[in-house]
Design a protein around this ligand. Structure first.
Ligand code: ZN
Length: 254
């Protein structure tokens, strides 16, 4: 099985002419600053749209984006751990709940506005289901669409996978005893996946770098059938394969 990274967008200007999204997540964890090692933590890619904090008495503490000291972040994180999916990776800045806002124009059936967001319209959900793809979890949004435009759903992605051992960055020194921040060597520009870490899913978020969305060739085949989505598909290098295949464009797996 081949695997690909999905990126938005081939032609940013052309994409913007077709559709734009203006939205914010209903809830989220604050960013965090560690007083021990002075690391500042914030992610923009770890989002769990299916999480519903509406029954949490402290839900108002999760509305405003901000930075908190590490100990306060831990207090807030512990309040929501029972609400997030079991396998979720929870870090400062993690988003929860539906996107609330507005979509202008007509998005493609599978759409990305940023490298870490993956949206689907009902027709695409049908196509993905018909292909029996694994790990497809469409979640409703609170996005207002233009008249006559199908609703936009968000795919909630499993966080999984790891670099193959020979590509894996190495830790440098000891982790921070408070926040766990760990200096690492740089990831190589060409890398591939450790087959033993692959999830039972045809699309997922890459655990060591959650802003990367990775899709199997089965997912990419459905993506191609849906026409020009503006999503750039790049095959992850295979060991000893020389150059990366399909470096640009909407290229289909063979
Ligand atoms: Zn620290």
């Amino acid at each position: 099985m081949r695997y690909y990274t999905l990126r938005s967008v081939i032609d940013r200007e052309a994409n913007r002419r077709q559709w734009t999204i203006s939205a914010r997540r209903k809830w989220g964890l604050p960013g965090a600053a560690c007083g021990k090692c002075f690391a500042e933590w914030a992610t923009i890619s770890l989002n769990y749209p299916s999480v519903d904090l509406s029954t949490l008495p402290e839900q108002r503490e999760f509305v405003k984006a901000r930075q908190e000291p590490w100990s306060e972040y831990i207090r807030l994180r512990d309040l929501v751990l029972s609400f997030v999916p079991d396998e979720a990776l929870v870090r400062p800045g993690a988003g929860m709940g539906p996107l609330v806002g507005q979509v202008r124009g007509q998005p493609p059936p599978i759409a990305m506005d940023a490298p870490w967001n993956l949206f689907v319209q009902p027709a695409a959900v049908e196509a993905l289901s018909a292909a029996r793809l694994r790990g497809i979890k469409p979640v409703s949004t609170a996005l207002k669409m233009a008249p006559g435009v199908s609703p936009l759903l968000e795919l909630e992605l499993l966080v999984a996978g790891d670099y193959a051992a020979e590509c894996r960055p190495m830790s440098v020194g000891e982790p921070c005893p408070v926040c766990g921040s760990q200096e690492m060597t740089l990831a190589p520009t060409r890398w591939w996946l450790d087959a033993a870490t692959l999830p039972d899913a045809d699309v997922f978020r890459f655990r060591p770098g959650p802003s990367h969305i990775i899709a199997s060739e089965r997912f990419v085949a459905v993506l191609q059938e849906l026409g020009d989505t503006g999503i750039q598909v790049t095959e992850l290098s295979a060991p000893n394969s020389g150059e990366t295949r399909s470096p640009s464009g909407n290229s289909a797996p063979p």
